[in-house]
Design a protein around this ligand. Structure first.
Ligand SMILES: *Cc1c(COP(=O)(O)O)cnc(C)c1O
Ligand code: SF4
Length: 311
């Protein structure tokens, strides 16, 4: 993480593009080398580069694209805990990510207000709520925590009897696959709960050799799923989605969700219309076995689950 690229100009230089007109942003560029190495040189339209490089398109104000598109500020019973859905809750373990995805719906999330590391109240809420059976470790990215802090969090959760499943939402296996080290694998395997990991990859090019190694190792620790975001100029083509499903499956990962973009300010240029999303998803259904078809969903503020655009 310390070695990651932290400016648009350095990222452009790293991929052999003209760095003079680089745009910097208050949501700074954060581009880890294991992913940067997979960018094809001198190609401004590279699907990985598009996810990492800040551009002036982010400054456009577009109606309906808001700072807190999911109104999550209303669903936090304790700092760091988001409890919107029945039976499961999401714990923000840290604000740090392995990379900054330019379309991130949390790009304006007030992490400091959720003082990472101050999870006492959240854990107390989980102990008292007997009907929460699954805890989703999210962020930020929970694998930003050190091996020791992550292990101690898992141990704390292991001791909450009503929890059955610990789900980890992480982009590390793609962004910095070396994070999937022996200590992490040992922690995941030693948990008393059912552990599952949901990774986040949007384009088949993100699954390089190191990513493949990390994913194969993670398959030893429980179910492994992927969620992707449908992004204009990145993966809004049938072949990209089809290849993504296949290459993930070869590493033991099943597709879970294909998300319609959350309408966060600064990300409008990534958005794909619902009619095009549905058309792509219908085409994908005709090309892959049912188990390689992700559910096309959108998150709606106040809804009890992700809403399906297509059954
Ligand atoms: C997406 C999400 C979940 C998990 O939803 P699943 O459909 O179980 O994957 C849980 N809590 C919050 C706040 C979410 O945004
Ligand atoms: S990994 Fe997830 S939370 Fe972190 S910047 Fe990317 S989309 Fe946002």
């Amino acid at each position: 993480m310390r070695r990651s690229i932290r400016s648009s100009s350095a990222l452009l230089a790293a991929v052999g593009l003209e760095a003079q007109a680089a745009v910097e942003s208050a949501f700074p560029v954060l581009a880890p080398w294991p992913l940067v190495r997979l960018i094809r040189k001198e190609n401004p339209n590279d699907p990985i580069l598009r996810q990492l490089l800040a551009t002036d398109l982010e400054r456009e104000e577009v109606d309906g694209f808001l700072a807190d598109p999911l109104a999550e500020a209303n669903a936090t019973p304790a700092p760091g805990l988001i409890h919107k859905y029945h039976g499961r809750a999401l714990l923000i373990t840290t604000g740090a990510c392995a990379l900054h995805c330019r379309y991130c719906f949390r790009r304006e999330f007030p992490y400091s207000a959720h003082a990472a590391g101050q999870l006492h109240a959240a854990l107390e809420y989980l102990r008292q709520k007997k009907d929460i059976h699954e805890i989703i470790l999210s962020g930020g990215d929970p694998l930003s925590l050190s091996d020791d802090r992550f292990a101690s969090l898992i141990e704390t959760l292991d001791n909450i009897p009503q929890l059955r499943t610990i789900r980890i939402h992480s982009r590390f296996p793609i962004a910095i696959p070396q994070r999937v080290n022996t200590a992490l694998l040992r922690t995941l395997r030693s948990s008393k709960k059912t552990v599952m990991t949901v990774i986040h990859a949007n384009h088949p090019q993100e699954i390089g050799p190191d990513q493949q190694t990390a994913l194969r190792a993670l398959t030893q620790c429980g179910p492994l799923l992927n969620q992707a975001v449908l992004l204009r100029g990145v993966n809004d083509r049938l072949e990209a989605l089809e290849d993504l499903s296949h290459i993930l499956f070869q590493q033991g990962v099943l597709p879970y969700y294909l998300h319609q973009l959350d309408k966060v300010r600064g990300a409008a240029h990534f958005s794909v219309s619902d009619s095009q999303a549905i058309q792509l998803h219908d085409q994908l259904r005709d090309r892959v076995p049912g188990y390689l078809l992700p559910k096309l969903v959108r998150e709606q503020p106040g809804a009890q689950a992700k809403s399906a655009l297509r059954a």
